[in-house]
Design a protein around this ligand. Sequence first.
Ligand SMILES: Cc1cc2nc3c(=O)[nH]c(=O)nc-3n(C[C@H](O)[C@H](O)[C@H](O)COP(=O)(O)OP(=O)(O)OC[C@H]3O[C@@H](n4cnc5c(N)ncnc54)[C@H](O)[C@@H]3O)c2cc1C
Length: 279
Amino acid sequence: MTDRDDRPVFAAVVVAVSRVSAHMVRVVFGDVRSIDGTALAPPQAADEFFGLWVPGPDATPVKRYYTVRERHPEAGEIVVDLLLHGHGPATEWAARAAVGDAVSFDAPRGHYAPPRDATRVVLSGDATALPAIGRILDERARAQEPTPPVTVLVCVDDPADRQRLSVRSDDDVRWCRAEELVAETQRVAAHDPAAYVWFAGEAADMRAVRSTLRRELRIPTHRWMTMGYWRRDSERWAARFDAAGPDLRRAIDEVLATDLDEAVQTDRLEDLLAERGLL
Ligand SMILES: Cc1cc2nc3c(=O)[nH]c(=O)nc-3n(C[C@H](O)[C@H](O)[C@H](O)COP(=O)(O)OP(=O)(O)OC[C@H]3O[C@@H](n4cnc5c(N)ncnc54)[C@H](O)[C@@H]3O)c2cc1C
């Protein structure tokens, strides 16, 4: 995903660390304060996320994106769930996170926006999507107005990473295998074109789901949101991206500078990457 903001604007301190499931660490940030005077705005969307700065190679801070699982404004606390997925600055930071650690992050923003006439909400993704899915369902449980039923499709590598979710009796929750996730999401979306589909997961999976929604089913863009939360073998991809040279970066910036609809911009960016074998 593109960097919208490349500096942290909030600082906090870790006040609690616990395990949500076998590979999911919950870290509570307390004493949240503004670095530059920017006020922490109220939540705009239930899948809100921020750029979190963690120590990278040589302790230089690097930014990784994480979902705000919970907010507790009265206590000045923010809760984040981080998957222990293998190697990488953020997962390594999460594995050793301890009370008293200093953290910094930028302003939360999100995309989840089901239209009022959605007949169903489909929440689909892998383990990295679980914090957002959990938050969306928690917020729905507190909503005053009637809300449509939800289909939850989640794949986790280890069954011990399944979580208890705030679901209703008319919801449908399916824990599927990684290789089933895309096809299941496509099937559910095709079955109910008046649903709102929210998908987050690996970049190639996201593109497959997006392609079905946008190009095959031609579902209007306000009825879905797809996000690539991580990229398989991202080091190799980053090296190939860098090797593509400044022309590609310039072409991407030109697309982002247009006032085209976000979905059309994404189509163009995908085309640019596909032309260079970077998809
Ligand atoms: C908007 C948004 C919200 C997100 N919310 C969350 C969240 O709440 N919780 C959460 O855990 N993640 C979340 N993610 C995903 C998280 O940002 C990525 O997994 C990130 O790459 C982790 O950084 P890292 O430093 O650990 O690994 P990186 O340095 O990015 O990657 C190191 C290696 O690990 C691989 N890798 C990265 N992520 C994964 C993964 N999930 N599974 C397997 N291999 C992986 C890469 O391909 C690479 O080979 C979110 C991403 C976005 C864009």
